[in-house]
Structures are given as structure tokens and as C-alpha cells.
Write a protein that binds this ligand. Structure first.
Ligand code: NAP
Length: 282
């Protein structure tokens, strides 16, 4: 495809597969809402074709774009500059072309923070202990965010405890580690519980997590958003916790890229959220 195929400025999302991506809906909504010229197109790019696609970006066919699974780590080798936080997280999800240079950043951590700020204002005031369930790619962005907001202690509990060791190494002394079985040891003191595992997708639930041990004042956030109310969030609501679902993280993480490519800082509105909920049948 040539540059003339896409209205300019042209941005993209690349992944493999890519059909499931909701990013074209989000950016399409904003382009329409702000009456901006431009386009945002999804491309299925196999790992072997990543270099060729990035060459098209460098040659100014695009202003930038988003990068999703499985390219978030591999694309780092194609960037001329990487935001230091993205380096610590170990993944890039947003590319911006500046002249012939490609700059990479990770906006998941910003999306995580903006979602909590909107859904549970003040959640980070005097936050002493935060429990993070999971130690995968998303957990790394959440840890970067919690370190940035100066959580005193971050407890990472993972099914495979060894996988969490790299997080402690990369995110510093405030990170404590354990297995999911250690949940009750830390739950009473926690001011925030975040699920970053894939448990919850499709309504799946944690086996035997003693959720009742969680302190009454804790905010509960599930970054899984299919379904919008996961079993973890349903249990938290039933116990009177303030809860925040994961869809807002997806919407907010898109905003910095849009601002860089199209020159307008977009708003995450109820209307946008409703559109995505309807499109996903949530
Ligand atoms: P990932 O790197 O594959 O990590 C998956 C994590 O889930 C690992 O910690 C894994 O534990 C754990 N896990 C998987 N099955 C489990 C089970 N049955 N019991 C306990 N733990 C289990 O995936 P990721 O990229 O971090 O994504 C994780 C989830 O976050 C996905 O559902 C994704 O859709 C969601 N997410 C949402 C947003 C958003 O914008 N809202 C952004 C990014 C990701 P082990 O290490 O033991 O395998």
C-alpha cells in the first residue's frame, strides 16, 4: 500500500493477530469528534515483517503508531530513542516519528494511573502497601506506575514466584515478592489491590484466594476488562470496596499517542467508553 492510501497524518496499530484491536475505534472516535484530518489503520504484521514495516514509518509514510503483541519488545531494537520508563518496563507500545528518528514509549503506565485517578480519586494518598497479582508484561507497567506514585511497599504475588524476581530487581527495594498463596499475609494492610494476571478473562476466577482478608478501605482494580465486571470486582463490590474496571486503562493509554500524532490532547469521555462497550458487547 502507498502513502496515498491513507489520509494524512497517518497512524497505525501493528500486531499479529490484530483483528481484535479496539485501538482503531478509539482513535477513529477522536478523529471524528475533533474534526481532524488523518487516519488510524490496523495492520497485521508478522514478526518477520516488522523491520520492513518500521522502514515505512521511517520513510515518512506514517507519523507513528501503536505496537501490540507480539512486537512490544522486538520493536525496541528499531527505535532511535526509548523513553527511560519504557526501557525499565521492557516494552514499547507507542511510536512517534520525529524527522527520520523513531521514538518509543510505553503509555500503559500512564493509562493505568489516569484510570485510577478518574475512578478512585485520592487512591494514592498515603498509599503504604499495594498488592499486585501477576508478574507479566502488564505488571511491569503497573509497577512503574506505583513506583512513580511513591507507594511505600509493593507486593507482587505470582503463580510462578520465580518470574516475579526480575520485577524486584528492576523496580527496586520497595518491591516484595511471593506466591498467590501468601495473599492473606499482606491483604489486611493493603490500600490497593490490582489484578494484572489474565485470570478474570471470560469470567474465570482465582482458586482459593482468601479475598475476605483484604482490608476494608482497599481500592480494587482489575486491568482485565472482558468482562467489565470480573468475578474479582464483583466480590470487591459486594464487600463495599471502591472498584475500578480495566477499560479505562485501555482508553487512557491511547491518549498520549493521539496527542503526539494529531496535535490534540483527547478526552476520555463517557461517550467514548459507551461506544467501546457497545462495540465489544460488554
Ligand atoms: P502475560 O505477560 O502473559 O502475563 C500473564 C500473567 O497472568 C502472569 O503473571 C501469569 O502467571 C498469570 N496467570 C495466567 N494464568 C493464570 C492462572 N490460571 N492463575 C494465576 N495466574 C495466572 O500477560 P500480560 O500482557 O501481562 O496481560 C495480563 C492481562 O492484562 C491480560 O488479560 C490483558 O488483557 C490485560 N491487560 C489489560 C490492559 C488494559 O489496558 N486494561 C493492558 C495490558 C494488559 P505465571 O507467570 O505463573 O504464568
Amino acid at each position: 500500500m502507498t502513502s496515498s492510501s491513507f489520509p494524512s497524518p497517518a497512524a497505525f496499530v501493528i500486531g499479529h493477530p490484530i483483528a481484535h484491536s479496539k485501538s482503531p475505534l478509539i482513535h477513529g472516535y477522536w478523529l471524528e469528534r475533533y474534526c481532524l484530518a488523518g487516519s488510524y489503520t490496523a495492520f497485521d504484521v508478522a514478526p518477520a515483517d516488522l523491520g520492513d514495516f518500521i522502514a515505512r514509518l521511517r520513510a515518512a509514510e506514517f507519523v507513528g503508531g501503536n505496537v501490540t503483541i507480539p512486537h512490544k519488545e522486538a520493536v525496541m531494537a528499531h527505535c532511535d530513542r526509548i523513553d527511560p520508563l519504557a526501557g525499565t518496563i521492557g516494552a514499547v507500545n507507542t511510536l512517534v516519528r520525529r524527522g527520520e528518528e523513531i521514538h518509543g514509549s510505553n503509555t500503559d503506565y500512564l493509562g493505568f494511573l489516569a484510570n485510577l485517578d478518574a475512578g478512585a480519586p485520592g487512591w494514592d494518598k498515603n498509599l503504604k502497601t499495594a498488592i499486585v497479582l501477576g508478574a507479566g508484561g502488564a505488571a511491569r507497567a503497573v509497577l512503574a506506575a506505583l513506583v512513580a506514585r511513591k507507594a511505600e511497599k509493593i507486593v507482587v504475588l505470582n503463580r510462578t514466584p520465580d518470574r516475579a524476581k526480575a520485577l524486584a530487581r528492576d523496580f527496586g527495594a520497595s518491591v516484595d515478592l511471593g506466591a498467590l498463596e501468601h495473599f492473606a499475609d499482606f491483604a489486611p494492610e493493603a490500600g490497593l489491590l490490582v489484578n494484572t494476571t489474565s485470570v478474570g478473562m471470560g469470567g474465570t476466577r482465582f482458586d482459593g484466594l482468601p479475598f475476605d482478608a483484604l482490608g476494608q478501605g482497599a481500592v480494587v482494580n482489575d486491568i482485565v476488562y472482558t468482562p467489565l465486571v470480573t468475578p474479582l470486582l464483583a466480590a470487591a463490590r459486594a464487600r463495599g470496596h471502591v472498584t475500578v474496571d480495566g477499560l479505562g486503562m485501555l482508553l487512557h493509554q491511547a491518549a498520549p499517542g493521539f496527542a503526539a500524532w494529531f496535535g490534540k490532547a483527547p478526552e476520555v469521555t463517557e461517550e467514548l467508553r459507551a461506544r467501546i462497550v457497545a462495540a465489544m458487547g460488554l
